[in-house]
Design a protein around this ligand. Structure first.
Ligand code: DGL
Length: 281
């Protein structure tokens, strides 16, 4: 199925399983403050990490279809697990450009490492999909060591990003990677920038941390510029809309404020699959 492209004034559609993708949304806002944005968090079905990849794929395409139906000019899959699940077909499915988090993050890590030993942390779904391994395979000089960190997302969603419990989890997940002599660590989950302090403390100052939020925002900037899709400077105030699929929209607002310092006035509750194109089922 293919959809029509939207013009430069249209919003960017950003999607994550929950609040983690707000780290990407914030990085896009930092680099492109004039752009309008619709952010969708699939909070009713978060976390995606432990789910079968086929199920994540179905959820992701449902939400991406809805965003395209709303007329976005670009799709940003601000979730590593969802990116891994739809990496192969999202670009063929839509006429609007699709930016996902894995490609830009791999390119950045590959250019940073000096000793060729790169560590990767992510959800179980991301690690098991081997999507990162496939892309790093283009650089045979790089040895990738991966670890799934299932408790990290739970801790972030609970607003717990420092303290002994977080430190113990970080130590448990990261010590084997440090023992491999990595000089670069990919934070392969959009929730993990919230845990940067604890991660840094465990890996030490000599390991470069590469996180998908900044790298993905850079790719958004580049693609919009290359395609002549940047919103015109005099186009007026950008519109920012936040949508969540779960009932607890107040919890979403509170978490976003606490974690990101983003003042969100309101979050609209949306039903997934509510706006479906006739042939998208
Ligand atoms: N933020 C998602 C990611 O980047 C993970 C959160 C989840 O498990 O839903 O993979």
């Amino acid at each position: 199925m293919r959809f029509e492209s939207a013009g430069a004034d249209a919003p960017i559609g950003v999607f994550d399983s929950g609040v983690g993708g707000l780290t990407v949304a914030r990085a896009i806002r930092d680099q492109l403050p004039g752009e309008s944005m619709i952010y969708v968090g699939d909070t009713a079905r978060t976390p995606y990490g432990p789910r079968p990849i086929a199920e994540v794929r179905r959820f992701a395409l449902e939400i991406l279809d809805d965003l395209v139906h709303q007329g976005v000019k670009m799709l940003v899959i601000a979730c590593n697990t969802a990116s891994a699940a739809v990496l192969r077909d999202a670009r063929e499915r839509y006429d609007v450009p699709v930016v996902e988090v894995i490609g830009p993050t791999v390119r950045s890590a590959a250019s940073i490492t000096r000793n060729g030993r790169v560590g990767l942390i992510g959800t179980k779904g991301t690690i098991q999909s081997r999507a990162y391994d496939d892309l790093f395979a283009m650089r045979p000089d790089i040895a990738l060591t991966s670890a799934a960190c299932p408790r990290f997302v739970e801790l972030v969603e609970a607003g717990e990003t420092s303290g002994p419990v977080v430190h113990a989890a970080a130590e448990e997940y990261l010590a084997p990677l440090v023992a491999q002599g990595i000089d670069t660590l990919v934070l392969g989950c959009t929730h993990y920038p919230f845990l940067r302090g604890a991660i840094r403390q465990v890996v030490g100052p000599d390991v470069a941390l590469v996180s998908s939020d900044i790298e993905t925002a850079g790719e958004v900037y580049e693609v919009l510029t290359d395609r002549g899709l940047l919103r015109a400077p005099g186009a007026g105030e950008p519109e920012l809309r936040y949508e969540a699929t779960g009932a607890d929209t107040a919890g979403f607002v509170e978490l976003a404020r606490r974690m990101l310092g983003i003042g969100i006035d309101s979050v609209d509750r949306v039903q997934t699959g509510a706006i479906r194109l006739p042939d998208s089922a």
